[in-house]
Ligand binder design. Structure first.
Ligand SMILES: [Fe+2]
Ligand SMILES: [Fe+2]
Length: 167
C-alpha cells in the first residue's frame, strides 16, 4: 500500500526543507570562513551534510513505498549575518522550525492512520532533540564571547565537540 497523496506531498515538501537547511548551513559556513572562524565553519558543514542525509532518508522512504520524489526550487539563504552569534541564533531558530514541521508530519500520519509512516517519522522526532540540543550548545558557547575576537578562542571547544561526534 502506498502513502496518501496528501502525506506524500507533505513528505516531498520536507525533503525540500532538508535541502534548504543544508543550503543555509553551507551559506553560514562560508560566512564563518570569511570571519576566520574555520572550526565553527566546519561544524556548519557537518550540519549541512546531515541535512542532506535527512533529505535522502525521506527520499528513500518515499521510493520504498512506491511514491515519487519531487524536488522543488531552493530559495537563496536569507541571512546576511553579521556575527557568529547571529548565525548560531538563526541556526537554533531554524532547527526549532524544522521540529515543528516534523511534528506536523507526525500528526498528519497519525490522522491518516498511516502507522508505517508514523513509525518512520519517529526517528526524526528523536533526531530533532539532538539537533536542537547541539544548536543550543553552540549558541550558549558563543554567548560566552563578549568580544568578536573571543570567538576564536572558543574554536577549540567546537573542535573537541566535532571530534566527539565524528570520532
Ligand atoms: Fe534535518
Ligand atoms: Fe537539522
Amino acid at each position: 500500500m502506498g502513502i496518501s497523496a496528501k502525506l506524500t506531498k507533505a513528505i516531498n515538501e520536507q525533503i525540500t526543507e532538508e535541502y534548504q537547511s543544508a543550503y543555509t548551513y553551507e551559506s553560514m559556513a562560508y560566512k564563518l570562513e570569511s570571519m576566520n572562524l574555520v572550526v565553527f565553519a566546519k561544524w556548519f558543514r557537518i550540519q549541512a551534510a546531515e541535512e542532506r542525509e535527512h533529505a535522502e532518508r525521506f527520499s528513500k522512504y518515499l521510493l520504498d513505498r512506491g511514491e515519487e520524489v519531487v524536488l522543488k526550487a531552493l530559495a537563496a539563504p536569507k541571512g546576511t549575518w553579521k556575527s557568529c552569534l547571529a548565525i548560531c541564533e538563526a541556526a537554533l531558530r531554524s532547527e526549532i522550525v524544522i521540529t515543528e514541521k516534523i511534528d506536523d508530519l507526525v500528526n498528519l500520519a497519525s490522522k491518516e492512520k498511516d502507522n508505517t509512516t508514523y513509525s518512520f517519522l519517529l526517528w526524526f522526532v528523536n533526531e530533532q532533540v539532538e539537533e536542537e540540543a547541539n544548536a543550543k550548545f553552540l549558541l550558549d558557547l558563543i554567548k560566552l564571547a563578549t568580544k568578536p575576537a573571543q570567538a576564536l578562542m572558543l574554536e577549540g571547544r567546537v573542535r573537541r565537540l566535532i571530534e566527539e561526534r565524528t570520532g
